[in-house]
Ligand binder design. Structure first.
Ligand SMILES: [Zn+2]
Length: 143
């Protein structure tokens, strides 16, 4: 049975995920952080224990641009969690940043169905509580 009294957003359990730690810390500081290979310079997302390009394991983190374009998307018409029920329809969007990485995030808008590939987007940081922030995308009307 669904607990209808719970209205909080489902959030990642960041304390259980060391690999994504710098990413979540970045969100808290309104930054987008991705892995960077110190051996070959490859920038990668999502994070891994090794570099996709050279297979090396000398990885650190760098801040990347907060704007990009829609690479692909899917519009949701059914809520996987009660919190999303009054947000329908919304989109899950892969935005390609200028650095070449693609990041997933939700996109909530009254005209969500007008989303299209190559639409300019920018990051928005939703500080859900003192420990967890979530990336969402908003239309970048400046471009
Ligand atoms: Zn590398």
């Amino acid at each position: 049975m669904v607990n209808v009294s719970r209205i909080s957003r489902p959030l990642p359990h960041i304390e259980e995920n060391k690999l994504y730690g710098p990413y979540f810390k970045g969100l808290q500081e309104n930054k987008l952080m991705v892995q960077n290979c110190t051996e070959c310079g490859h920038v990668q997302w999502p994070p891994r224990d090794f570099c996709y390009k050279c297979q090396g394991n000398s990885l650190d983190w760098k801040e990347v641009q907060q704007s990009g374009k829609v690479f692909t998307y899917s519009i949701m018409y059914r809520a996987f969690d009660p919190w999303f029920k009054d947000k329908l329809p919304y989109a899950v969007v892969a935005v390609e940043l200028e650095d070449g990485v693609r990041m997933l995030g939700s996109y909530f808008a009254d005209d969500v169905e007008s989303i299209e590939v190559d639409m300019p987007m920018k990051a928005s940081f939703n500080h859900e509580n003192k420990d967890v922030s979530v990336l969402t995308w908003v239309k970048d009307n400046t471009k």
